[in-house]
Design a protein around this ligand. Structure first.
Ligand code: NAP
Ligand code: ZN
Length: 367
C-alpha cells in the first residue's frame, strides 16, 4: 500500500524539513550541453517494497557528463543525474525487512529490473533481459522517467538499496556505488590477487578506486596516466609503479608484462598499444565508455592469446560484497565535497582530467 505523499524526512546535515514528494529539490540539466540548474521534481509515493532515502551525498561520475552532453544519444531532458547515492532511510514500505528508518544506505546505477530473467536470477540485474532501469533518464517499469541523486530524496525498491557499512565515511562511500563496483567486479572476475600484474589505465574516479581495490586484493599494481602529474598520488593510493603514457619509452618498457589491463579512460585510446602490454593469456578489460568504436588489430589478439573484454558495474549482491570488502580494508574514495552550486565547474574539471579523485555533492546544499 502506498503511503501518503508527505512524511517527515530528514534532509542531510542537521536541518529537518517536511518531505513533499511532489516538490523534491534537485539539480537538473535542462537540455543537452546546457549547465545544470536548480529545479523541483516529483518522486513516487512509497510503495510496499520501497525505501524513501534522505540523500546526503551524490558522487559525480563521468557517465553523468557523457549523458547530459549527449555523448550517448538523445536524453529525456530535463535530466537529474547522479547514480552514486548515499543517505539515510527516512521511511520504508510495509513489506521491507532489509532496511530500517535511520539506516545508512546507498543506491548505484540501477533502480529496477524484471527480477525473473536468467540474468536477474543469477545476480546480474545490470544485464536484465527485459531491460534494467537506470537510476536516471530511463523509463521505469511504471512508465515514469527516473531521476537521479543530485537531489534531496529518492524512492527506490529495497532490492536495489545497499547497506553502507558503519566503517566508511558516507561522502567517501558514495563513489563506491559506481566507481567502486565498476572496478571491483572485473578485478575479481579476472583474478587480481597475489602474484598478478595489474595495470590501471587512467587515474580518475574509476581509476583511483581500481588502484585501491587491486592493491587490497594483493596484486602488483601499475598506473598508466597521461602525464607524470599524478605519480605521487598514485603511489599513495597503493600503486607499486607509475608510468606516463605520453612517454614513448613506456610501451616498450612494459611490453608483455600484465595479466590484466583495466582501461578506465573516458576517451578513445589506441587499444593495440595496450594489448602489447599483456602477458600470454592476459586480458584487456574495458570499462571506459567513450562514444567512438575502437579497432583491434587481429595480430594484437593472436600473438599472446590475448582477450579483449568489457564489464559494466555489477549486480546487487556483488555491490554489497564490494561495500563490505571496502569496509574491511578501510577503503573509501578520495573525494572533494562540493556544494551543488559548484556542479558545472566540477564537470569542467572532470573533463580536463583535473579531479582528485571524485567530486561529491553535499545534498544539504540543494533546495
Ligand atoms: P574520470 O574521473 O574523468 O577519469 C577518466 C580518466 O581518463 C581521466 O582522469 C584521465 O586520467 C583519463 N583520460 C581522460 N581523457 C583522456 C584522453 N584523452 N586520453 C587518455 N586518457 C584520458 O571518469 P570516470 O568517472 O572514472 O569514468 C571513466 C569512464 O568510465 C567514462 O567513460 C565513464 O562513462 C565510464 N564508466 C563506465 C562504467 C561501466 O560500468 N563500465 C561505470 C562508470 C563509468 P589520467 O589523467 O590519469 O590520464
Ligand atoms: Zn557511474
Amino acid at each position: 500500500m502506498p503511503t501518503s505523499g508527505t512524511t517527515s524526512g530528514t534532509t542531510s546535515g542537521t536541518t529537518s524539513k517536511t518531505y513533499d514528494r511532489t516538490r523534491v529539490a534537485a539539480w537538473a540539466a535542462p537540455a543537452s550541453g546546457e549547465p545544470l540548474a536548480p529545479t523541483t521534481i516529483e518522486r513516487r509515493a512509497v510503495g510496499e517494497n520501497d525505501v524513501l532515502i534522505a540523500i546526503e551525498y551524490a558522487g559525480i561520475c563521468h557517465s553523468d557528463i557523457h549523458t547530459v552532453r549527449g555523448d550517448w544519444g538523445p536524453q529525456p531532458f530535463p535530466v537529474v543525474p547522479g547514480h552514486e547515492i548515499v543517505g539515510t532511510v527516512a521511511e520504508v514500505g510495509s513489506a521491507v525487512t532489509r532496511h530500517r528508518v535511520g539506516d545508512r544506505v546507498g543506491v548505484g546505477c540501477f533502480v529496477n529490473s524484471c527480477r525473473q530473467c536468467v540474468n536477474c536470477l543469477r545476480g546480474d540485474e545490470q544485464f536484465c533481459l527485459d531491460g534494467g532501469v537506470g537510476t536516471y533518464a530511463v523509463t521505469d517499469r511504471d512508465g515514469t522517467t527516473t531521476q537521479g541523486g543530485y537531489s534531496t530524496h529518492v524512492v527506490v525498491d529495497a532490492h536495489f538499496v545497499m547497506s553502507v557499512p558503519d566503517g566508511i565515511d558516507p561522502a567517501a562511500a558514495a563513489p563506491l556505488l559506481c566507481a567502486g563496483i565498476t572496478t571491483y567486479s572485473p578485478l575479481k572476475r579476472w583474478g587480481a590477487g597475489p602474484g598478478k600484474q595489474v595495470a590501471i589505465v587512467g587515474l580518475g574516479g574509476l581509476g583511483h578506486m581500481g588502484v585501491k581495490i587491486a592493491h587490497a586484493m594483493g596484486a602488483e599494481v601499475t598506473v598508466l596516466s597521461q602525464s607524470l602529474k599524478k605519480q605521487e598520488d598514485a603511489l599513495r593510493l597503493g600503486a607499486d609503479h607509475y608510468y606516463a603514457s605520453s612517454d614513448r619509452g613506456t610501451f616498450g618498457a612494459l611490453a608483455g608484462r600484465f595479466d590484466l589491463v583495466l582501461n578506465t579512460v573516458s576517451a578513445s585510446l589506441d587499444i593495440n598499444a595496450y594489448l602489447r602490454l599483456l602477458a600470454v593469456d592476459g586480458a584487456f578489460v574495458n570499462v571506459g565508455a567513450p562514444p567512438e568504436p575502437f579497432s583491434v588489430n587481429p595480430m594484437s589478439l593472436i600473438y599472446g592469446r590475448h582477450t579483449v573484454a568489457g564489464s559494466m558495474i555489477g549486480g546487487m549482491a556483488e555491490t554489497q560484497e564490494m561495500l563490505d570488502f571496502c569496509a574491511e580494508h578501510g577503503i573509501g574514495a578520495d573525494v572533494e565535497v562540493i556544494p551543488a552550486s559548484a556542479v558545472n565547474e566540477a564537470y569542467e574539471r572532470v573533463l580536463a582530467s583535473d579531479v582528485r579523485y571524485r567530486f561529491v555533492i553535499d545534498t544539504s546544499t540543494i533546495g
